[in-house]
Write a protein that binds this ligand. Structure first.
Ligand code: SF4
Length: 65
């Protein structure tokens, strides 16, 4: 799995950080997403997929490799 975030689309809602805090963080100043782990381990894949589904801005893309 490879994770991509479209940073300009992010609306800083924070759902991804709540669901997968080892993969996503938010910038201190404005809450915009920061991708921590572009290739997360298998144990986190379900959480990453859920993050992509619930992201209100559809800013998270999951590429299955
Ligand atoms: S869930 Fe989407 S909109 Fe919310 S912080 Fe994460 S990437 Fe940004």
């Amino acid at each position: 799995m490879r994770v991509e975030v479209d940073v300009p689309k992010c609306v800083a809602s924070g759902q991804c950080v709540m669901i997968a805090p080892d993969v996503f963080d938010q910038r201190e100043e404005d809450g915009i997403v920061v991708l921590l782990d572009e290739k997360p381990p298998a144990a986190l894949h379900a959480d990453v997929r859920e993050s992509a589904v619930v992201c209100p801005a559809a800013a998270i893309r999951v590429v299955e490799e």
